[in-house]
Structures are given as structure tokens and as C-alpha cells.
Design a protein around this ligand. Sequence first.
Ligand code: HEM
Length: 193
Amino acid sequence: MLRYSKVFVFLLCLWPLYSIIYQIFYNKLGAEPVDKIINHFGEWTLIFIFLTLSISPLKKITNSTIWIKYRRMLGLFVFFYASIHLLSYVGLDYRFDFQPIINDVLKKKFVFIGFAAWLLLIPLAITSSNKMMRILKHNWKKIHRLIYIIGVFGVLHFVWLSKTIFFKPLIFLVILIILLLFRINFKKSSSKI
Ligand code: HEM
């Protein structure tokens, strides 16, 4: 049963991919298709970060550990979509011309922090297996707490790049704050026990 539910969740997590393929195929990307693709994957990366961060609160609220079984998959989808986001920026926006990309990373703070968030995702992806969990023991938890910093960097990236339309990044910021507050609250209550 769990195997089927995992396959179902996996296929569901591919939704951002189906949806962009549909938009490319039916010419629905609008006047700025490259921006649309980059932004689509950027937004979905943040959504998957939030889904990953929601697992612990869900576990506490529902008093069920079932959610934990999907956390690794969701985390790997964060890395997957962040990498496609980065790749579409490098490949579609700059056609793999690395000099202007390096300039962007060094000169634009929103690109710098986005890149930093992506770099921080690498150790999480590498150490996501059960084997690495056993090898790293309690350090594994410490490394995987990076997801909170990645969430903060991701939202800052969105806030800094949005010069005019502030509504969406604000919504993302509020969701992040709620998730961080959950984390602080749970930490407090578990240290009381
Ligand atoms: C965890 C990593 C990242 C997250 C969560 C993230 C998230 C986002 C989000 C939410 C957007 C805006 C979407 C919208 O406007 O609807 C965006 C746009 C963008 N991101 Fe990222 N991003 C990440 C990493 C990166 C990296 C590594 C780069 C490049 C080095 C990058 C470059 C850009 C660019 C160029 C845009 C488009 C800006 C524009 O519209 O002019 N991002 N990203």
C-alpha cells in the first residue's frame, strides 16, 4: 500500500514538469517564454521547500508518522526543481555563456543568494540516503537543518528580485515565517519534556 502511495506522490510531484511541457506544446508560454520557464521552476522549488518543511508540523498536528515517509522524496524534488531552474537560467537565458552568469552571481544580490541556496542543497541531496544517515549519525540531522536556511535564502531571493509585484513574494514570506514559528514552538515544547 505504502509503495503505491509513494508512486502516486512521486507522479504528483512531477506536476510542474507536465504543466510546463503542456504550455510549451500548446504555445501557452506568453510573450516571454524563457522568463516564464525560469520563474515557473523557481516558484515550484519554493513550494517544494515549504512542503518539505511542513512534514514535521503535520506529524505533530496529526500525531502520525506517515508523513515522514514522503519527506526524502519531497526534499529530492526541491533539488530537482532548483537544478532545472538553474539550468534554464544558464541554458535558456545565457546559452551557457558563463562570464555574464558569474557577473550576475557576483553583482546581483538576488542571484547570489539563489545560487547560495542551490549550493546548500547539494550536501542535502548527497546525504539523503539511508546509508549516509547511518554513516553520519547525529550529524545527519544537523546537515539537514540547512533546509531552513535554504528556505530563508529562497524567499529572500524572491523578495529581492521582485521590484514591482510584491504580493506573491509576500505570501511566500508569510508561509515561511509560519513554518519557522512552528519549528521554534516544537523545539521549545520538546525541550520542556
Ligand atoms: C533554492 C534555490 C532557488 C529558489 C527557491 C529560487 C526561487 C525563485 C523564485 C520563486 C523566482 C521567481 C518566480 C516568479 O517571479 O514567479 C525565481 C526567479 C529567478 N531565479 Fe531563482 N531560485 C533558486 C535558485 C536560483 C539560482 C541558483 C539562480 C541562478 C544562479 C536563480 C536565478 C533566478 C532568476 C534569474 C530568476 C528570474 C528573475 C527575473 O524574473 O528576472 N535562482 N527564483
